[in-house]
Design a protein around this ligand. Structure first.
Ligand SMILES: Nc1ncnc2c1ncn2[C@@H]1O[C@H](COP(=O)(O)OP(=O)(O)OP(=O)(O)O)[C@@H](O)[C@H]1O
Ligand SMILES: [Mg+2]
Length: 406
């Protein structure tokens, strides 16, 4: 049986299409959805074999929904339906990841035939991929092929050190490689990046980027702040209400724009899973999962790894980093590795005094105290991510001036 999800904003159309497929023995309408948002939700739950979706829907249209679904569920191919059949529509649908296009009105036979074709093509594609790519041949360093890297910093629990590490990592990446680095504060309600870098989101923030709807490259660029450390920063909105303005779809567009102009885009995520964090993680090449040597955090990291597996993220996309690695009470790194059944990719020492001092001054510790063990660990992580064995420090400018708060 081929499991089909039907998405159309008009209830009569959904019923009509369901009835058509009801006549076919090998096709099963596993679910229906009336909006783009609902389509994403239902698709994630059902993991259908084929999705048939209307391109024109109020709110999130078929193209936007297809973009997200084809990222999250690359094994559920999408057939896009439209009444126009224009070339521009077709192009939009294909670039969003649709595999086939149906122009309304179509016959029941055309409908079921295109579902079978798309299903068979996907089946063949998957068998081919499985046969040709032995497991674990994914490159460990995505930058090796010259591509720009999006690094999402996540932890299932708050207070794990995401903001501290994301901020210092962004600066370290820039200092070590000389590359263009953009740090994005995706903790939209309670973003702390501005405090750590002594920047004010009232001047410019992500909220300004989405004020007029879908942000284009120029608008995103105009909201990015140049920081004295040499990195570029897109701050969270100045107040929690501003967070509502930024959707997962916006975030995705923003990342796509930033990826073009920066070798590294480092994104500080809020804890927990949401539509927005999933959109960021889908777009990311690397997800740094910050963990602590502490039982509840380790349990939640394990749960997150299960989710990541369901989302079909490559194993190498996720890197585990233990923060405050030397502050453990009875748990060793090896215990964590055994518990989550994968190696730890980085460990960062605990230095509460320096971490707090850096926040109070608004100067990252990799700048103010580059030789401290804490900074060295973050720099080592930056080099690992940059795929370098020996780091070249290219940007030592402005070191003294940074101590003064602006
Ligand atoms: N390696 C470290 N050693 C000592 N203290 C640290 C270290 N990393 C982070 N901290 C401190 O832990 C606290 C939480 O860190 P941070 O704000 O970066 O975490 P977070 O995961 O972003 O938290 P939130 O859930 O609030 O966003 C801060 O006071 C920070 O200074
Ligand atoms: Mg934080």
């Amino acid at each position: 049986m081929i499991k089909v999800l039907i998405v159309d904003d008009i209830p009569e159309t959904r019923e009509h299409l369901s009835r058509l497929l009801g006549l076919e023995r090998d096709l099963d309408v596993a679910g229906t959805a009336g909006t783009g948002e609902e389509a994403i939700k239902v698709a994630m739950e059902l993991r259908p074999d084929v999705i048939v979706m209307d391109i024109n829907m109020p709110g999130m249209d078929g193209v936007a929904a297809a973009e997200i679904i084809s990222q999250r569920l690359p094994t559920s191919p999408i057939i896009m339906m439209s009444v126009h059949g224009e070339a521009t529509q077709l192009k939009r649908a294909i670039s969003a990841g649709a595999r086939e296009f149906l122009v309304k009105p179509f016959s029941g036979d055309e409908f079921s035939a295109s579902i079978r074709t798309v299903f068979e093509r996907e089946f063949a594609r998957r068998s081919q991929v499985e046969a040709s790519v032995p497991a674990l041949t994914v490159p460990v360093n995505p930058t090796d092929d010259g591509e720009h890297q999006v690094i999402a910093v996540f932890s299932p629990k708050g207070g794990a050190g995401r903001t501290t590490i994301a901020t210092n990592l962004a600066v370290a990446l820039h200092r070590e490689t000389g590359a263009r680095v953009c740090l994005v504060d995706a903790n939209l309600q309670f973003g702390d990046v501005g405090v750590l870098l002594n920047l004010n989101p009232k001047d410019r923030s992500i909220a300004d980027a989405v004020e007029t709807g879908d942000p284009d490259g120029d608008i995103v660029d105009s909201c990015v702040i140049e920081h004295s450390t040499g990195i570029r920063v897109l701050l969270a909105p100045p107040s929690p209400e501003g967070a509502d303005l930024v959707t997962a779809h916006h975030m995705r567009q923003i990342i796509d724009h930033l990826r073009i102009g920066h070798e590294y885009v480092v994104i500080d995520l809020p804890s927990g899973l949401s539509d927005l964090s999933l959109a960021v993680m889908d777009a990311a090449d690397t997800i740094l999962v910050m963990t602590a040597l502490e039982i509840t955090t380790i349990k939640n990291v394990r749960l997150f790894l299960e989710v990541a597996e369901q989302l079909e993220y490559a194993r190498t996309k996720i890197r585990l980093v233990i923060n405050r690695a030397d502050a453990a009470q009875g748990i060793r790194i090896a215990d964590v590795e055994a518990s989550v059944r994968r190696p730890i990719d980085g460990a960062i020492v605990s230095d509460g005094r320096l971490a707090v001092l850096a926040v109070n001054r608004g100067v990252p510790f990799v700048v103010s105290h580059p030789d401290s063990p804490l900074s060295r660990d973050v720099t080592k992580l930056a080099r690992t991510l940059a795929g370098e064995t020996a780091g070249v420090v290219q940007d030592q400018t402005n070191k003294r001036g940074l101590f003064a708060r602006r």
